[in-house]
Design a protein around this ligand. Structure first.
Ligand code: PZK
Length: 287
């Protein structure tokens, strides 16, 4: 008999279940979204790649900040995690100026209260990574907030700790990834509190769904960068002239296989572990 589990939440491409009072099960599907729309075609093994990558980073950052990971399931796509009280903000760190950061900078010269030097270009590397929190929108896009607003939400003392932890995590992972040919332009994490009030890293960490991965060998400031993982999907969708509202288009086999190969390549470059070895035994990413 399968154990009875209660579904407690859905993300765009993930599901969350309750195992007991203290533990949740986070399950990553093979669904893919582009331009904020989940497509009808899945990318085989995408959920395994993201679960394995996230667990890899959890294992390597636990000295910087403890995290919610308790165990990986044999399916390679499910993570048993400690139930936390999540903080009411998204922790975003940007090392490069892109997305809403680039938009805000062009309009105001600042991003979330960080006044930046004039004359920066699209996708340019920032002098230092910046912490740019956002609110968790129930629907639609998260809204960037300034440091004062973020400190109101969680308290000044906790804000300072959350900013320090976030920047340390980003510096660690972005340096590690850059040495393996992948730029992490920006990233989003969710922090929470355990029963004793300790700050812990939850959700997923440094996956291509929670971060922008760029191929380092194609990086050039002054223009938008290709996405390491989703570029084939975006190019295909653009070629159709699709209006980016649901329903999204089905993907042809060549786009699916090319995209799967990019996810597997990201996994293998970053972890140094063969993806087949992960599928055979997910715990290989933990040591
Ligand atoms: C938690 N989400 C986001 C929503 C998903 C993910 N360890 C935790 N403790 C308490 N709450 C959460 C977590 C985690 N991770 C994460 N919402 C609550 C989310 C829907 C589907 F896969």
């Amino acid at each position: 008999m399968p154990e009875a589990v209660t579904h407690v939440g859905s993300g765009k491409v993930r599901e969350l279940y309750e195992l007991d009072d203290d533990r949740l099960l986070l399950v990553a599907s093979d669904r893919i979204s582009t331009f904020d729309v989940v497509l009808p075609t899945e990318i085989p093994d995408k959920g395994r790649v993201l679960t394995g990558l996230s667990a890899f980073w959890f294992a390597r950052t636990r000295e910087l900040v403890p995290n919610h990971l308790l165990a990986l399931r044999d399916d390679g796509r499910s993570t048993e995690c400690r139930r936390l009280e999540m903080l009411p903000l998204e922790c975003v760190v940007r090392g490069y100026l892109t997305g809403s950061g680039w938009k805000d900078y062009r309009a105001t010269g600042s991003v979330c209260g960080h006044v930046l030097p004039p004359g920066l270009e699209d996708s340019q590397k920032l002098p230092e990574p910046i912490f740019t929190p956002s609110t968790k929108a129930q629907e639609g896009h998260d809204e960037n907030i300034d440091r004062e607003r973020a400190a109101e939400l969680i308290g000044q003392e906790r804000f300072d700790e959350v900013e320090r932890i976030s920047i340390e995590l980003y510096r660690f992972a972005s340096e590690y990834a850059a040495a393996r040919g992948i730029l992490i332009a920006d990233t989003k994490f969710e922090l929470g509190l355990d029963a004793e009030g300790n700050i812990m890293l939850g959700d997923e960490a440094f996956t291509p769904d929670s971060s922008r991965f760029w191929p380092a060998d194609e990086y050039e400031a002054g223009r938008a960068q290709p996405s390491f993982d989703k570029q084939f999907v975006r190019d295909y969708c653009e070629s159709l002239g699709w209006n980016k509202t649901p329903p999204g288009p089905e993907l042809p086999e060549g786009v699916v296989s090319g995209t799967r190969a990019r996810y597997v390549e990201a996994f293998e470059r970053l972890t140094g572990i063969a993806f087949d070895a992960y599928v055979a035994d997910p715990d290989v990413v933990l040591s």
